[in-house]
Design a protein around this ligand. Structure first.
Ligand SMILES: [Fe+2]
Length: 243
């Protein structure tokens, strides 16, 4: 996938990384850039979405979330671009410069390493939460908008856990190609409910960590959460036999 890396390198050439790093820090360790993904990479990601439609797992957790997800394992089986984008050196270097952290891959068994979230039915949403790290180190989340709608807004509160700074509310519509990158333990966020009559919304989510080890007990909790709230029991626990 050298072509992907070259395309990403080219698209990042003119970005002022120092300014973006300052924006990330002053913005509560959240950075949002519209038109981040160049058109050819956006189209390649949409082609992956087309290939993965049959792999969507619908889930519903009362009062917390409702929607569809495609796990890293399903993407590895049926996708061609999203996994390569996760491992793209130019993207990783950019995110490391913005965050000031060395960012590692999640281990291959983590279904959340990269995934698709789909909001396709009225009422689909996710309630207020942090992207809490189950790993020993910190966890950063990258969201890339693929398909936009009007009613599913990405709302967040920055500095909620920072007593030295005032909490501020923000909200975004995650247009196709938009990047949102944040420190998962620091950003309180949600996606508002999809309205009746609105179209679908799709985002890619990626998880980067500073330490990819996890206590076995926390791995179990993480797997149970992923099985019931995201990808299904078979996808999370059914792969042990190499299925
Ligand atoms: Fe989240």
């Amino acid at each position: 996938m050298t072509k992907l890396n070259e395309a990403m390198e080219r698209s990042l050439e003119d970005r002022d990384v120092d300014a973006l790093r300052a924006e990330f820090e002053s913005g509560g360790r959240l950075l949002v850039i519209e038109d981040f993904l160049p058109t050819d990479l956006r189209d390649a990601a949409l082609a992956d979405l087309g290939r993965l439609r049959a792999q969507v797992h619908r889930n519903y957790v009362p009062r917390q979330k409702k929607g569809g997800s495609v796990s890293r394992h399903a993407i590895d089986r049926g996708g061609e671009m999203i996994g390569a984008l996760y491992r793209c050196p130019a993207l990783r270097e950019f995110l490391e410069e913005v965050s000031g952290a060395r960012l590692l891959d999640c281990p291959p068994e983590d279904p959340h390493t990269y995934a698709l979230y789909l909001y396709t039915e009225p009422g689909d949403h996710i309630g207020w939460h942090y992207d809490t790290s189950f790993y020993r180190g910190r966890r950063f989340t990258l969201l890339l908008g693929l398909v936009e709608n009007e009613s599913c807004r990405f709302e967040c509160e920055i500095n909620r856990r920072d007593e030295a700074r005032p909490t501020e509310s923000r909200d975004y519509v995650m247009k196709p190609g938009t990047l949102a990158f944040f420190d998962g333990d620091g950003l309180w966020h949600r996606v508002t409910k999809m309205a009746e009559g609105d179209g679908e919304r799709v985002v890619i989510t990626m998880e980067f960590v500073t330490d990819n080890s996890m206590h076995p007990w926390r791995r179990l909790i993480s797997n149970v959460k992923d099985a019931f709230a995201y990808f299904g029991v078979r996808e999370v626990f059914g792969r042990r036999a190499g299925a």
